[in-house]
Design a protein around this ligand. Sequence first.
Ligand code: PHE
Length: 347
Amino acid sequence: MALKETIQSLLDQVDKMSASNMEELEALRIKYLSKKGEITSLFNEFRTVPSDQKRELGQMLNQLRQETENRINSMREKINDQMVNDQMVNDLTRTPDPIALGTRHPLSLVREEIVDIFSRIGFTVAEGPEVEDDRHVYGMLNFPPEHPARDMQDTFFVEKEIGVQKPTDVLLRSHTSSVQTRVMTTQKPPIRVLCPGRVYRNEAVSARAHCFFHQVEGLYIDKNVSYADLREALLYFSKEMFGADTKIRLRPSYFPFTEPSAEMDISCNICGGKGCSFCKGTGWVEILGCGMVDPNVLEACGIDSKVYSGYAFGMGVERITNLKYRVKDLRLFSENDVRFLRQFVSC
Ligand code: PHE
């Protein structure tokens, strides 16, 4: 075959060559490019080519060698990559790719901070069911049967038969005081518990209200527990949570299960009590409800109200979180938008 045709057919061959491992690739390299390889020997033949054809054939030969080298090099890279990859997959001891860590939910961070502060003065955590019965949520807590909180407008009732709205005493708890009734009926004083958890109220969802939110309620029952003890515990909590300069004030209020009852404000942690748009110029913001456990509640739970007294308080975790982080829209807490959630770091 004339040199030109040989070069042409080798170009075709080189174009189609393939190798699945380094050994096959080396065999190809030897076949074409080694000292005795097919392409190398064409260079020997080239010496005998008449000088008028040297230019064209020389170019073709150089191109053939270049292309062969390029093909072999790129095949080597591919095989190498594949080998590294196989090794990585099969090597169980290799360092894993880092997994991006998420961040704690702001409500979890704040709930834990509340629990942590009260645990330092002896409170332990108690938990209870979210689907409750009327007795534990209202009955034992001194709510009269016609109390509006029981009303369909406030409480989510659970249908016993799907689609049949008969009067029912199964409901979604509207406060975690239900956990306190469960603790009081199963434990003997002294009792010092915190009840964190999710609660449900039938409210239209907006920036300021939601059909569910989170509470931490507290209960302390022992001999000689006084209103002064309640005040001290809450002052301690407020200073730990919002800073040592924080002041508190207790305003008379009403809850069926406490007597006397109060609402507690803290000095506005945004303006320091001077008055701003957040505290509506008053210098105070409300953060929780509290009071001395009504003797009727103690008796309903089997605790002798002549021997024991106690205090209780309850706060919304969302409210505390808003004060700490200035979150303006409650809905953000349950929308699971990572751009919002990523902004919170452990406090
Ligand atoms: N249970 C009340 C509520 O959900 C809060 C509270 C708890 C008030 C304990 C007083 C004492 O609004």
